[in-house]
Design a protein around this ligand. Structure first.
Ligand code: BG6
Length: 518
């Protein structure tokens, strides 16, 4: 989000450095920032772990991560060697005060070596039960007090419900100032998610129609083809509502529904997002079934491959009631959005990996053309494609070529790939750079995390206390359970087929490229 300049000297301490996140995301992203010359001249990554890997083993483990997961593919020897010389591993017992005094000593030694006052980032890539232990350890070693240069990064899940999120916020803010706490939601680091704001507030023509007078309803879909994989242990305690809707989908909803911020100051943007969450209409407990549908995948076929059901995945109970699909209808009660439904859905083992936002406009108020000219006049639709296709599509009606007046829908398309020809950075690249620059715009503030939990609390409470008796209720490779269809069809709508499967057969595609520079 911040301008392209290098941050000052930085020491990043990763707690849980031997884990998946470090190998898959953090190090490949830091390495890409290094290749793009966006890391500080003076930087060090200190990994803390219990495993006892030595430095060479650790660096080799990280290189395998880069080779496998980096958007750039395999690392080349010379730049990797130089980057790796900035990365070290330390065996650490997170319960021991010495771990934290060692960090303080490391910091002091880097200050001397670099002759600078480095920023000090504590990245907590650890299970939730370790957060408090680490925060208290850092506080005892007085590593929390230099507000301007110390930052702590906390991964999701941020709590399990409203109550636990409040306690976590309270505990963290006893030691750290809110400005020092970076709660990560990696969706906010995606270019296409940030582009929602660029699209809305970098243009004049959409804002006047961005309201209940023109918009009929909004659909936000985040569909995953993968199942729960090796994360059964974590996922059993979470489920789709906590894992995806409470954070990623609500963040997207906020960007779609928020009012214009006066500036891109971090708190200004976050204030506007929190306003949206506070305006979400409370769902009465006895009405939850009318606002939310849950599902769990059974065995099925995906792209010709047979896959097992959720209950057969490793680490999952045979009678598990955890939902792997959730669909929710929300209303934002304010002047702009009153009575416009926002339908959110997400699920694992759906037919494809597609995330997109569909803004469905209202039909024309009066049918001017004879029925024969426009037998199926379709209302305008704007599609914000988040992944894997990245871009925007706008559907509108045009006159079909020929001597009679007949209307046909066409799609006007903007594709990031075609227009810019440069790949987007991984979300973690953007977010890590922002932490180094102390720009918190793309991170959740305490009140936002709590407001997200609060909006979904009735659904969580009813689902947690009532066993789903029909699980598994959708086949792997299908678009989810029947209940999700009922949820939306009771309002006279239907879930849209995600775009790339639909649009080519739905409408002629009119390609639009970037304007030539004049
Ligand atoms: C994570 C969830 O936050 O997001 C995962 O815990 C999910 O369950 C992942 O698979 C999806 O992220 P992305 O960027 O691949 O859409």
């Amino acid at each position: 989000m911040s301008a392209l300049e290098r941050p000052g000297a930085t020491l990043i301490t990763i707690f849980g450095a031997g884990g998946d996140l470090t190998q898959r995301k953090l190090i490949p992203s830091l390495y890409n920032l290094y290749l793009d010359k966006l890391l500080p001249e003076h930087f060090m990554v200190a990994g803390l772990d219990r495993s006892g890997m030595n430095e060479d083993e650790f660096r080799q483990h990280l290189r395998e991560g880069v080779d496998t997961y980096s958007r750039r593919g395999k690392a080349e020897d010379a730049p990797w060697r130089d980057f790796a010389s900035h990365v070290s591993i330390f065996k650490a017992d997170l319960l021991s005060p010495k771990t934290y005094t060692d960090i303080a000593e490391r910091l002091a030694s880097k200050e001397n070596e670099w002759n600078a006052e480095p920023s000090c980032i504590f990245y907590l890539a650890v299970p939730p039960n370790m957060i408090e232990i680490i925060a208290r350890g850092l506080t005892k070693a007085r590593l929390n007090i230099e507000r301007a240069r110390v930052r702590i990064v906390v991964e999701k899940p941020f709590g399990h419900n409203l109550d636990s999120a409040r306690k976590l916020n309270q505990m963290l803010t006893e030691s750290f100032h809110e400005n020092q706490i970076y709660r990560i939601d990696h969706y906010l680091g995606k270019d296409t998610v940030q582009n929602i704001l660029a699209f809305r507030y970098g243009n004049t023509i959409f804002e006047p129609i961005w309201n209940r007078s023109y918009i009929d309803h909004v659909q936000i879909t985040v569909a995953e083809k993968l199942g729960v994989e090796h994360r059964g242990g974590y996922y059993e305690g979470a489920g789709a509502l906590r894992d995806m809707i409470q954070n990623h989908l609500l963040q997207i909803l906020c960007l779609i529904a928020m009012e214009a911020p006066v500036s891109f100051n971090d708190n200004e943007v976050r204030n506007k997002k929190v306003d949206v969450l506070h305006a979400i209409r409370p769902i009465p407990h006895d009405q939850v079934h009318r606002y939310a549908a849950r599902g769990q995948y059974g065995a099925g076929w995906i792209e010709g491959e047979q896959v097992c059901g959720y209950r057969q995945e490793p680490g999952v109970a045979q009678d598990s009631c955890t939902e792997t699909f959730a669909a929710v209808k929300l209303f934002v009660d304010n002047w702009r959005w009153q009575d416009v439904p926002f339908y959110l859905r997400t699920g694992k083992r759906l037919p494809s990996r597609i995330s997109e936002v569909a803004i469905q406009f209202r039909p024309v108020p009066h049918q001017t053309f004879p029925l024969a000219a426009a037998p199926e006049l379709r209302p305008n639709r704007l599609l914000l494609l988040i992944q894997p296709e990245e871009g925007i599509l706008l559907r509108f009606e045009v006159k079909h070529p020929g001597s009679t007046m007949t209307l046909s829908p066409v799609m006007m398309q903007f594709s990031y790939r075609e227009a810019f020809k440069t790949p987007s950075p991984d979300a973690y690249e953007t977010l890590l750079l922002d932490v180094m620059k102390a720009d918190a715009t793309l991170f959740m503030r305490a009140d936002q995390a709590e407001a997200g939990w609060s909006a979904l609390a009735p659904i969580l409470e009813v689902w947690d206390s009532t066993r789903a008796t029909d699980f598994p209720n959708y086949q792997a490779g299908s678009w989810g359970p029947e209940e999700a269809e009922i949820l939306i069809s009771q309002d006279g709508h239907g879930w849209m087929m995600p775009t790339y499967m639909q649009c080519e057969k739905d409408a002629a595609v009119c390609r639009v490229t970037t304007e030539p520079k004049t």
